[in-house]
Design a protein around this ligand. Structure first.
Ligand SMILES: Nc1ncnc2c1ncn2[C@@H]1O[C@H](COP(=O)(O)OP(=O)(O)OP(=O)(O)O)[C@@H](O)[C@H]1O
Ligand SMILES: [Mg+2]
Length: 239
């Protein structure tokens, strides 16, 4: 479904993505991990077409993303920083996105799930950080697309919302969707990931499942396994 080959991206002299190869074809939950600035957001934005790489091939369902924007109808996207005008009300931003995408959507179940009924008439600028994130999450799950890309969806969520979010992505997986997400909460990844891609300084230094990364590093937790791999690769000065 998503095939990336030889992807390279520079921001001026900063080589942010280096020869990225990545294939995702089966339904499931895929975690893109890595330290701050390792290139996770840039990689996700490249798939959406918000970042234009200078080299490489990105295909979604066989379609080269540079050929047509139509493939985006297959993708839902929660950006790491979603910015809408502060004076828009929640109800208005939902309508805006529905009008732009012009795809079937059922927001009521999500409003109920995230307990947003009382927030619908409030302006975005007056919401708490976590409530804003719930609105963004609602927008990320609003459309019935085969691919869902979530850039740090767990940001600012309280434990109750986090539990609801877990339920949501588990349901989406059951429905046969591909969910790709980034997070810095490793316990979440341990619970919810079929495959992990670990980025370091623009390169993928590990691809595999939780058992695989623990086995490779002989560590007992994902957090330690990642520190181990980042140290090992950093110390070797390969990158
Ligand atoms: N629009 C931009 N212009 C210039 N440099 C950028 C831009 N966006 C990102 N970068 C640089 O690209 C590198 C990777 O950034 P990116 O946002 O992809 O990292 P990340 O892995 O998502 O980090 P985080 O965990 O902090 O979200 C960083 O060095 C960053 O400064
Ligand atoms: Mg990021």
């Amino acid at each position: 479904m998503i095939n990336i080959q030889g992807l390279n991206k520079h921001y001026n002299k900063n080589h942010v993505l280096k020869d990225i190869n990545l294939n995702i074809s089966d339904p499931g939950i895929y975690a893109i991990l890595g330290p701050n600035g390792s290139g996770k957001t840039t990689l996700l934005k490249s798939i959406i077409g918000l970042v234009i790489p200078e080299k490489g091939d990105i295909r979604v369902n066989g379609i080269n993303v540079q050929d047509t924007p139509l493939y985006r109808n297959e993708i839902s996207y929660l950006p790491q920083v979603a910015r809408f005008p502060d004076n828009l009300r929640v109800v208005e931003v939902i309508k805006l996105i529905k009008d732009i995408r012009n795809q079937e959507a059922d927001e009521f179940q999500l409003i109920d799930l995230f307990g947003l009924e009382a927030e619908m008439k409030k302006k975005l600028g007056n919401l708490s950080g976590g409530t804003r994130q719930k609105v963004n999450m609602l927008l990320g799950f609003l459309f019935d697309t085969p691919v869902i890309i979530l850039d740090e969806p767990t940001n600012s969520l309280d434990p109750v919302s986090l539990t609801k979010f877990k339920k949501m992505i588990f349901e989406k997986k059951q429905q046969g969707k591909i969910i790709i997400y980034t997070t810095h909460i490793m316990s979440f990844v341990e619970e919810f990931s079929d495959k992990i891609f670990l980025l370091l300084d623009g390169r993928i230094i590990f691809t595999g499942d939780l058992q695989g990364i623990l086995k490779e590093t002989l560590e007992s937790s994902l957090e330690n396994a990642i520190v181990h791999l980042v140290d090992r690769n950093g110390n070797d000065k390969i990158y």
